[in-house]
Write a protein that binds this ligand. Sequence first.
Ligand SMILES: *Cc1c(COP(=O)(O)O)cnc(C)c1O
Length: 417
Amino acid sequence: MTIEFSETEKARLLEATIAGQLPDERGRFGPFGGRYVPETLVPALERLTEGMHRHLADRAFLERFRHELTTWVGRPTPLTEAPNLGRAWGAQVWLKREDLAHTGAHKINNAIGQALLAKLLGARRVIAETGAGQHGVASAAACARVGLPCTVYMGAVDVERQAPNVDRMRRLGAEVHAVQSGDRTLRSAIDEALRDWVSDPAGTYYLLGSAVGPHPYPYLVRELHCVIGRESRAQMLTAAGALPDAVFACVGGGSNAIGLFHPMVGDPGVALIGVEAGGRGGGLGEHSATLSRGRPGVLQGCYTLLLQDDDGQVQGTHSISAGLDYPGVGPEHALLQSIGRVRYTNARDDDALDALNECCALEGILPALETAHAFAGARAWARENSGRRILIGLSGRGDKDMPTLSRFPMEARHATA
Ligand SMILES: *Cc1c(COP(=O)(O)O)cnc(C)c1O
C-alpha cells in the first residue's frame, strides 16, 4: 500500500535518518512530510522553523528545558523490570515509565518544550488540540507554568469519553472548546485549532500534540521527545547490560513511539515495532491502523499515510482509546515503514483490554488504553520469539480511562480468556 523504494534508496534514507539529516530543509522525510497549508500560515510556520532552530541550538534554552524536565516533569523516568509479565510471556520485559512523568503521560515533554519556545517567540496566547485529553492537560499545565493563556480544542465525543481530563484542563486554567463539527474526535479538533490559528498567526502559538502536521512540527515534537529513547537506551545498558532485542510503542500520531525509537534507529540489533489500534476489525471505519492499511495522501498540512477510500475521502476511524483514534500518522513513521527499519502491527480493542488487565494483575501498574496496545503487540511477538529482551514504552497511566474501563467488568476477562 505504501511507497516502494529500491534497496539502494532504502539504505540511503536509513543512513540519512541515522545521521540526523531528515527532515531535509523542505521538511521532507524522503517523500513524506512537507508543508501543505493555506498561504496565510506559511509566514507563521517559517517564523516557527527559524525560532525553533535558533533555540534548539542555544545552550540557555536547552539548559532551561532540561531544568524543567528534571525538576517539574520528574525526569529521568524509571526503567522498571516486569518479571511477572516476563514469566507469563517467556521473555525479559522492561517498561519505560512515562506514566510517572508529570500529568501522567509522555506528552508533557513536548508540551513544556513548546510552551517555553512560545514564550521566547513572543506569543500572547497558546492554542492546542487534544484527543484523549492528555495533551490538553499537558498543554494547560505547561502554559500555567510559563505564564501563557491556553485554549484547548477537543472533539465533543472525546469530551464525553474523557470527562475527568476536561475538568483537569479547566482547573489548570485552560479554556476548553468542545468541537461539534466533522467526526467530533481528534481530527475535527485539529481542523478547528488550525482555523483559530489562521485568524491570528502572529500572536497565537499553536502547540501541536503529536509528531504530525506541517513542517516543522514532526521534527520539533520528535526532538522534544527523544529524551525518552536516550534515557531508555542508557538505562537498558545499565540495568540489563545490553540493548533490548525488540522495542514496542503504541502509535496514534506517533510521538511517544518516535521519541523512543529514534535514538535506537542506528542500533541494527534492535527491532523496532509500532502498534496501532486494530479496533473491532479490518473493515472500513472499524480501526485506526493507518500504517498497516493506509495509502499516501495529504492530511492536516502533511503528506503521509492516511486511511482513505478509493476516492481519497478520509475514512472514519474507531479505537477503544481516544488517543489512537486518528486517520493519519506522523510522516517519519511512514518513512521508517517504507524503508523497512520499523515494523508496524496492530492490536484489537479486546486484545488491548486483556493486556491492560494482565499488566494490572501481574505488575500492579494500570497503563493507559493507548499504551495497552503496545503490551498486546509485545505479548504477541513474545509468543513467537521466546527468551528475548523486550522494552515497552509505557506511554501513560490509565486512571483517565476508568469511565471506559468501568464498561468492561473484570469478570469479562476470565469469561473470554
Ligand atoms: C496521546 C497518547 C498516545 C498517542 O499519541 P502518540 O502521539 O502516538 O504518542 C499514546 N499513549 C498515551 C498515554 C497518550 O496519552
